[in-house]
Design a protein around this ligand. Structure first.
Ligand code: FAD
Length: 214
């Protein structure tokens, strides 16, 4: 088996390395101390195509392969784990979920902006009692006819304060157990959706982690 990188992979890795060294390295300690990650850096990562790495170009993504995704993540993570966790969540938890499972209308409305970094996404699964065992999550979504009523608390949500679009995991049918769990697209500003204060943590402190209430 040949594990060597292609010319294209090397170019992508070098571009990510160059960005990490020249743009992320200056100020990384200050950002960690201040627990902040500036929008200007998010915009630059969007311009480089890092926020929709594997998304089809027809939805505004970069159309790269999984190896390219890993190479970019490695280079960002070496310098600033706060940048890489934000990129990872937007790409693999939000864009991937939408590209694989959303309707065409939802892709046009949400994915096209998330893949370019115009919008940022958050993925809301973990709860106080549901981490590794995600299926024990207790958030419910009740069908009210023309809308769903979501009730629950989500913890440790990356991009929780700054996101525009939230993929929220909730139980629609308790009798079906883990098969009764669905994903909902919730926009920031939806009535009854509250963003709690930023959570303090050891490390990766520049990343924006919040408790959310529905
Ligand atoms: C920086 C950061 C960002 C995060 N961002 C998000 C996010 O954006 N969205 C989101 O939904 N969640 C997010 N999370 C939450 C994350 O997904 C959970 O922390 C993770 O699923 C683990 O859950 P837990 O912390 O409750 O640990 P636990 O599930 O309680 O696990 C604690 C330890 O027990 C071990 N363990 C658990 N179950 C078993 C078992 N059955 N057998 C043997 N060992 C076991 C685990 O391996 C681990 O070492 C984030 C967490 C962090 C730290």
């Amino acid at each position: 088996m040949d594990f060597s990188l292609t010319e294209e992979h090397l170019m992508i890795r070098d571009a990510a390395r160059d960005f990490a060294q020249t743009e992320l390295l200056p100020g990384v300690i200050e950002r960690d101390n201040a627990q902040k990650f500036p929008d200007s850096l998010v915009r630059k990562m969007g311009e480089l195509g890092f926020l929709g790495i594997m998304v089809d170009p027809k939805y505004g993504g970069s159309g790269m392969d999984a190896i390219s995704y890993v190479l970019i993540m490695e280079e960002l993570s070496k310098i600033d784990a706060s940048a890489s966790v934000m990129v990872s969540v937007n790409n693999s938890l939000v864009c991937y979920g939408l590209e694989a499972y959303a309707s065409e209308d939802q892709k046009q409305k949400y994915l096209t902006k998330l893949a370019t970094g115009e919008n940022i996404g958050a993925f809301c699964l973990s709860e106080p009692e549901a981490g590794s065992d995600a299926t024990s999550q207790r958030t419910t979504a009740i069908d009210k006819g023309d809308y769903y009523l979501i009730n629950g608390t989500k913890n440790w949500i990356t991009n929780g304060g700054r996101a525009d679009v939230y993929l929220v995991i909730a139980q629609t049918d308790k009798h079906k157990g883990s098969h009764g769990i669905n994903a909902f697209i919730v926009e920031k500003g939806t009535p009854g959706f509250d963003i709690g204060p930023k959570e303090d943590k050891l490390g990766i402190r520049g990343s924006d982690t919040h408790t959310l209430q529905f």
